[in-house]
Design a protein around this ligand. Structure first.
Ligand SMILES: Nc1ncnc2c1ncn2[C@@H]1O[C@H](COP(=O)(O)OP(=O)(O)O)[C@@H](O)[C@H]1O
Ligand SMILES: [Mg+2]
Length: 345
């Protein structure tokens, strides 16, 4: 979806992709390119995100006259911006790390291009220039789930179920191809039109670059990364259960208002208050129990597959539809009573 002007977001709380295109607030403090110049047929409009490993710009595809998001590979620990806009590697010793990150940036673009699902961001184009690489995506007029949770009323079960279903579909599709996302977090999920989740980046370049040069705490999102992403071992391999942990941790944030403690600290001393306690009375017990199971510290204690998690979360319920959700969503301000508990154990 291209940014549209009909977004229902209240004034003063604009979603990332929806601000005015003539907004001159390019973040000059960062390494971001200035607004305006045409690069590879794209006019950069403003910065949407700058995570230290890449910069995401709102842009206009000049040839097709449509809005897009352009992501530039630029790991700020390894490279900087020359006055001519080229990305230059800071030191010869950083070159192999920069190249490794660049390869994973390309791989991520290829991976995203391989899958087709309405809740997974699409890659429209990829090119290399300026000593770095660029990935073009549709520009979504949407807030991240993190922003949405901060701004809106507390979510209810119907809304979370409506988000979960398509996210589970995306993960199942990826896992079927032996591909893990590994970076599910509230700032990597956009919420479009209040109801449609869109999974963003795999953080692949960040993982590779930081893995070569920095500590694990930089690579992993505290609270969302499962224990096996800190230290993979024979008994603690990464698998579908790793994405399941992260997804359930995102749901924990939504329900509890804070992320769970890091999985490493939980492995030493686990005093995480379960959702079964925190959400009691507001959410059905089986829904909370399924999320708590996905948040087990030990990988083998979690539902092993998306199918297993979905069975626990949804049981025999029909998939949530946009329509049923919208009706429910309007009804949650103030919060709606919890739906009847009809999920599987
Ligand atoms: N296609 C897009 N449409 C709108 N906003 C986007 C899009 N892609 C990314 N963003 C915004 O930019 C931020 C950073 O993008 P992301 O792909 O997660 O990169 P990284 O986390 O590596 O910096 C996101 O959190 C989101 O706010
Ligand atoms: Mg991200």
């Amino acid at each position: 979806m291209i940014a549209n002007d009909n977004d229902r977001t209240p004034p003063g709380d604009e979603p990332a992709g929806a601000a005015a295109d003539d907004d001159p607030t390019i973040d000059t403090g960062s390494l971001a390119l200035p607004a305006g110049p045409r690069r590879g047929g794209f006019e950069l409009l403003r910065v949407l995100g700058d995570g230290g490993f890449g910069i995401v710009y709102a842009a206009r595809d000049i040839n097709l006259d449509r809005r897009v998001a352009v992501k530039e590979y630029l790991p700020s620990t390894l490279a900087t911006r020359a006055p001519n806009a080229d990305v230059i590697v800071a030191a010869p010793s950083a070159r192999p790390h920069f190249e490794a990150g660049l390869r994973s940036f390309v791989n991520e673009a290829r991976l995203l291009a391989r899958f087709d699902h309405p809740s997974l961001v699409k890659v429209l184009q990829y090119w290399e220039s300026n000593g770095t690489a660029y990935m073009v995506m549709p520009l979504h007029a949407a807030r991240t789930l993190r922003q949405r949770l901060r701004a809106g009323p507390p979510p209810n079960e119907a809304w979370l179920r409506a988000l979960l279903w398509p996210l589970l579909e995306v993960l199942e599709m990826m896992h079927a191809e032996d591909c893990l996302h590994r970076d599910i977090a509230p700032d990597n999920i956009l919420v479009i039109d209040e109801v449609k989740p869109l999974l963003l980046d795999f953080g692949a370049a960040r993982r590779v670059v930081a893995g070569l040069t920095q500590s694990l705490t930089v690579i992993l999102k505290p609270g969302y990364a499962p224990i096996e992403q800190y230290a993979e071992s024979g008994t603690m391999r990464q698998g579908p259960w790793s994405d399941i942990y992260a997804l359930c941790a995102v749901m924990y944030l939504a329900i509890a208002g804070r992320a769970p403690a890091t999985s490493v600290s939980r492995a030493v001393h686990d005093d995480l208050v379960p959702l079964g306690t925190l959400g009691a009375g507001r959410f059905s017990p089986s829904f909370l129990a399924a999320l708590d199971a996905g948040l087990a510290v030990r990988p083998e204690a979690r539902p092993p597959s998306v199918q297993a998690l979905r069975d626990r979360l949804f049981g025999n319920r029909p998939p949530p539809t946009q329509r049923s959700f919208k009706v429910t969503f309007r009804g949650i301000e103030p919060a709606a009573p919890p739906p009847p508990d009809e999920g599987a154990a």
